[in-house]
Design a binder for this molecule. Structure first.
Ligand SMILES: [Zn+2]
Length: 459
């Protein structure tokens, strides 16, 4: 096992607890040892590289060379063309190509190549190895593949890779913005953790202490040098990669993305589902999550200013929408269609009975002083997180990813409806304070003031 010295026990522990992954190496030059590591995991079974044109140049050729030197059989690489996306047609294309060829796949690439290979390997009943070419997201060591299926992003159940190699030399040369995206995806774990704290306090989803520790215990150290990410400094990149791998391990252990994904990811998923593009392309996952993180954090700060220990539970229950009113509201804010149907389905799955609603609100009200101080201790102030994103080279204003303030404002309610996971948005919705909290954020005193006339023109 090859691990960074400072965090060796931490990663080693996560690796031992992992269900699927048996090997992780985070080091400069490790791509040259791929054949040796492959043989230690899979013996003499032939290997098969999956890459795209760019990732093949970035690392695939040298991975191939390591097999040639070792005299290990390697099938002809499968190299995607320029239009490779994590979506169903590419899954089919890869599956068709791999079906007829012997070999355990080696995914050489980042999110897209890894997700495609993860799903296809699983469907073909084969394990796989991942060679990371960028620190762009936390999916390398995660359970499940995120694939767009008929226009909507879905997580398909499938095991994590048997081994992951992250070559810091390759990662330092990743295309501009990719490592910054991973930085934003990692920074997001703080608000994701806050949402888990709230879900536990509401009695909805208890925290698993060891999974929690995997992501949260060293999070501040992993994200403490944003400027180092912008400059591709090896020590900063190493901490970033370690943090992303640990987040993936936490999801692998939990078999859900809860430890690494809360309301901030819902903003990103919403914009994915709306097929949002900016200047002709979809902003990266991490960049959308970064803006979602700011949106969620600002929302938390608005809630933390209130005395929710005096929440009027019965008044909140009286204004709780009936299932029919909810469906009408969903159509009103999404328009009729697939997205509204998905939102109805997700919202139904998390709708409490009135007794459950009363129990959740009573717990949250009575536990507010303790919950509030936990959240205050846990969360980094909005201004600091915004600066960290800026220093790492990430968008830190919604307009930088093509989201207007008016759209961001509407996104709060939409993000609440599109996913069944309990987050701070559910807390606010149940307590009947969603609208007033959102209004504050876009008022003259909030982070994103909008003038009254702009509000009227919102789409
Ligand atoms: Zn993410």
């Amino acid at each position: 096992m090859s691990l960074s010295v400072e965090e060796e026990p931490l990663l080693e522990g996560a690796l031992q607890a992992a269900r699927d992954t048996r090997f992780l190496a985070v080091e400069a030059g490790v791509r040259h040892k791929t054949a040796e590591i492959f043989a230690s995991l899979f013996g003499t079974t032939p290997a098969l590289i999956v890459a795209d044109q760019k990732t093949f140049v970035a690392a695939g050729r040298e991975v191939q060379e390591s097999f040639r030197i070792a005299g290990h059989e390697l099938s002809k690489p499968f190299i995607f063309g320029p239009h490779v996306y994590a979506e169903t047609p590419c899954v089919k294309e890869l599956q068709k190509a791999l079906e007829g060829v012997q070999g355990i796949p080696i995914a050489v690439g980042s999110g897209t190549i890894n997700d495609l290979t993860k799903l296809v390997a699983h469907r073909l009943g084969r394990p796989y190895l991942a060679v990371a070419t960028a620190a762009s997201m936390d999916g390398y060591t995660a359970y499940g593949a995120s694939i767009t299926h008929y226009g909507s992003k879905q997580t398909f159940d499938c095991p994590a890779p048997k081994g992951v190699l992250a070559d810091l030399d390759v990662i330092a040369r990743a295309p501009r913005g990719m490592n910054a995206s991973g930085y934003a995806d990692l920074l997001a774990k703080e608000v994701a953790g806050a949402d888990w704290i709230v879900a536990e306090a509401a009695g909805v989803e208890p925290i698993d202490p060891s999974v929690w520790a995997t992501v949260q215990n060293r999070l501040r150290a992993w994200v403490d040098s944003p400027a180092g990410i912008a400059r591709n400094e090896p020590a900063s990149l190493r901490r970033l990669v370690n943090g992303l791998m640990m987040s993936g391990f936490a999801m692998q252990a939990a078999q859900t993305s809860r430890p690494a994904s809360g309301a901030e990811h819902q903003f990103s998923h919403l914009w994915d589902m709306q097929h949002h593009t900016h200047q002709g392309t979809a902003p990266s996952h991490g960049f959308k999550v970064g803006i979602g993180t700011l949106a969620t954090l600002a929302f938390y700060e608005a809630l933390l200013r209130r005395d929710l220990g005096r929440l009027d539970v019965e008044a909140a229950i009286a204004s709780w929408l009936s299932p029919r009113q909810v469906e009408r509201r969903i159509v009103a804010i999404f328009g009729a269609g697939e997205l509204a149907d998905k939102a109805k389905e997700e919202t139904r799955a998390k709708t409490p009975s009135l007794d459950e609603l009363r129990a959740q609100l009573t717990r949250l009200r009575d536990g507010w002083p303790e919950l509030r101080s936990k959240l205050v201790r846990h969360l980094t102030p909005f201004q600091k997180v915004r600066e960290a994103l800026r220093d790492a080279g990430c968008p830190h204003e919604p307009e930088q990813i093509g989201i207007s303030r008016a759209r961001l404002r509407l996104s709060y309610e939409q993000a609440y409806y599109i996913r069944r996971r309990f987050t701070v948005l559910d807390f606010a919705q149940r307590a009947g304070i969603m609208d007033s909290a959102v209004e504050h954020l876009f008022s003259a005193r909030g982070p994103w003031p909008i003038s009254a006339s702009a509000t009227e023109n919102r789409k």
